[in-house]
Design a protein around this ligand. Structure first.
Ligand code: PEP
Ligand code: MN
Length: 639
């Protein structure tokens, strides 16, 4: 049952409710949601819910209609995010786990780990205990394999996931791995589920090849009722009459499970298809369907692989797949999970093993109210739970980064439809102590947001930022001609305004995080005229010791500014240098210089080719211009 607590419940009252439930033999879990706090109580006893409903501090008691309780969406409305080391799985993130079917040798796993990490995988897979159809097939290296897997995970900064096949191995395996995998063949091995659940560690639960979705969620329930909350489901294909592929990938299981359960769900396109060339298209279909990631087999020498060679991707195929996934993510409003790219040195020293709690100390400033698109961008770049500082104006945001109140700032510089955002460009020039250390882009999806139950025809006024109103003009004219569009300072702020106003005849246009933050309802999603609406952000800091570190990323990007003297061909000279050095210019923007009518500062973003002496390029540009400043060199975050 779900016990919904009153907003003002005291700690004593809550403890009393929990202990009463426990006395009845229930397992009790507290779930703090956006809007209310509930206690989930599961067990075999049937009691009269009124006994609980009458306790002080209890608002109401609801039954959970599904046989799985802890795993059910009825119990927990928000998506569960499972943390494995520094990697987060769930919600709108896309997490890629890759590696060989089986760990075959130290060199093999090291080699593959390096390749998948370079391409962008965030977790490493590799079986040490292989449940094989034939007793004569390779059974895995056992504990020896776990040692190699652990070493590769540590060397390339990836948490590791591996299959457990026996309850007797659980204790031993705990020491080597970050996440247990329960294989398809063991999905209903209840003793194994209980033993693994008891560890409290993250578990990847494959769907049994003949299991219904309900049976699969019941297996998750076994894990959760035994003691772990960190369950990730994995669709890996089911047995059907079709023999063209090894199994039949049930893509529709993804949206079905997302509706039924709060647990993250990923897909395994390798075991689903059994055929290398079908792995990439199925990976993309899983992600497009809403999966929070994939687990995919990659081998450096698949022809010689001890198991599942025919379905293992070559490293180059995996790299191509990663690029396709990266391109797909923003289109469907997802973020590709990456190992954090920027770690300030100060934080590095404090914590050797960089847990997420050390990340929490990073404060990131953005302009706008909570729930703004800039906040979304900040979370995309850093992490979902990074601490953010909402700043009223761009000037306030820059001042916070400058003063050290925030270590970083995530600031918009251009929109694909609206062009440059001028204030930040002007402020960057004034704040010469700041540098650009990264960039990110988000797809801007506008929503009509109002009070729950509001009907479009009843809305008289719509508030939003003028740009957002302009971008939704067609929808407003077509679907709600009766409503007046009223400009507001920012999109998320408009949602806050509507909420405070309490009037059901007004609504706002903003991104979905603003609706979530203010507990308002999305009345209509994706109302922008042009869906190719992206905003690009600079990541700024004044920290000296910041290291950009995804190794092996090929494209580096630089941003710089300069003024030119008032003579023919002055800008041409700079362009000539860029051309000679093979720099691919991504943006050229000009801004007037205050106090010097008709003189301009130019802002350039350019990709730096490999093996270029970029310092030399900078010197040459500086010699041909006035006031040259390198704003930063960083990893290219745009595709
Ligand atoms: C595996 O991932 O190595 C594996 C054996 O998968 P499944 O249990 O889905 O067959
Ligand atoms: Mn395999």
């Amino acid at each position: 049952m779900i016990v919904i607590l009153k907003k003002g419940i005291t700690k004593e009252e809550k403890d009393k409710v929990a202990s009463t439930l426990k006395d009845y033999g229930f397992i009790v879990k507290e779930i703090v949601g956006e809007n209310d706090t509930v206690l989930g109580a599961v067990g075999s006893r049937h009691i009269d819910p009124r006994e609980i409903e009458l306790l002080p501090g209890v608002s109401s008691v609801l039954p959970i209609s599904k046989p799985y309780k802890l795993a059910s969406r009825e119990l927990k409305k928000d998506d569960t995010i499972v943390k494995v080391g520094r990697v987060s799985i769930g919600g709108n993130r896309v997490c890629v786990m890759a590696g060989p079917c089986a760990v075959e040798s130290y060199d093999q796993i090291m080699n593959i780990a390096e390749k998948v990490r370079e391409a962008g995988a965030v977790m490493l897979r590799g079986g040490a205990f292989k449940p094989r159809t034939s007793p004569y097939s390779f059974q895995g290296l056992g504990e020896e394999g776990l040692k190699y897997l652990q070493a590769a995970g540590k060397a390339f900064d990836m948490p590791v996931v591996t299959e457990v096949v026996s309850p007797l191995d659980v204790e031993m395996m705990k020491e080597y791995i970050d996440m247990f995998q329960i294989g398809a063949r063991n999905m209903q091995n209840f003793e194994l589920l209980k033993a693994v659940g008891k560890t409290g560690m993250p578990v990847l639960l494959k769907r049994g090849m003949c299991a219904t979705i309900e049976e699969w969620l019941m297996a998750a329930e076994y894990l959760m009722s035994s003691g772990t909350d960190k369950v990730v489901l994995c669709e890996r294909g089911i047995r059907t009459y079709e023999r063209a592929t090894r199994n039949t990938l049930d893509v529709s299981a993804i949206p079905v499970v997302r509706k039924l359960s709060h647990l993250p769900i990923i897909g395994d396109p390798s075991h689903a298809t059994g055929i290398r060339d079908m792995v990439s298209p199925m990976s993309l279909s899983l992600i497009a369907a809403g999966a929070s990631g994939i687990e995919v087999e990659v081998h450096n020498n698949p022809e010689k692989a001890c198991s599942d060679g025919p379905q293992s991707l070559y490293p180059q195929q995996f790299e191509k797949l990663m690029r396709d996934i990266e391109a797909l993510c923003p289109v469907i409003g997802k973020t590709l999970e990456k190992t954090p790219r920027i770690i300030p040195e100060s934080i590095k020293e404090e914590s050797a093993d960089l847990t997420t709690s050390s990340q929490d100390e990073t404060i990131v400033a953005f302009q706008g109210e909570r729930g703004a698109f800039s906040e979304l961008a900040a979370r995309r770049f850093f992490s979902e739970d990074v601490k953010v500082l909402s700043c009223h104006s761009f000037k306030d945001a820059f001042d916070s980064i400058s003063s050290g109140k925030a270590k970083f700032g995530v600031i918009p510089v251009e929109n694909a439809l609206g062009g440059a955002v001028y204030d930040p460009l002007d402020l960057i020039k004034i704040h010469s102590e700041l540098k650009v250390v990264g960039e990110t882009e988000i797809r801007v999806v506008h929503n009509l947001i109002g009070f729950p139950g509001t009907e479009i025809k009843d809305i008289k006024k719509v508030y939003s930022h003028p740009q957002a109103i302009a971008q939704c003009k067609e929808f407003l004219e077509r679907e709600m001609p009766q409503a007046e569009a009223i400009p507001f300072f920012d999109t998320a702020g408009a949602v806050g305004f509507v909420k405070r106003n309490g009037d059901k005849s007004i609504a706002a246009i903003a991104g979905s995080p603003a609706a979530l933050y203010h507990g308002m309802e999305i009345i209509r999603q994706g109302i922008e005229t042009n869906p190719s609406n992206y905003t690009r952000f600079y990541v700024l800091t004044r920290e000296e010791n910041v290291e950009g570190f995804i190794k092996g990323r090929k494209k580096e990007k630089a941003s710089f500014l300069f003024n030119v003297s008032d003579e023919p061909g002055a800008l041409m000279k700079v362009l000539e240098i860029l051309y000679q050095k093979g720099l691919n210019m991504q943006k050229l923007e000009s801004r007037p210089i205050p106090g010097k009518p008709w003189e301009y500062t130019f802002y350039v973003d350019a990709l730096i080719p490999e093996n270029t002496d970029f310092n030399e390029t900078c010197r040459e540009i500086a010699d041909s211009t006035v006031g040259f400043r390198l704003l930063g060199i960083y990893e290219n975050g745009i595709l």
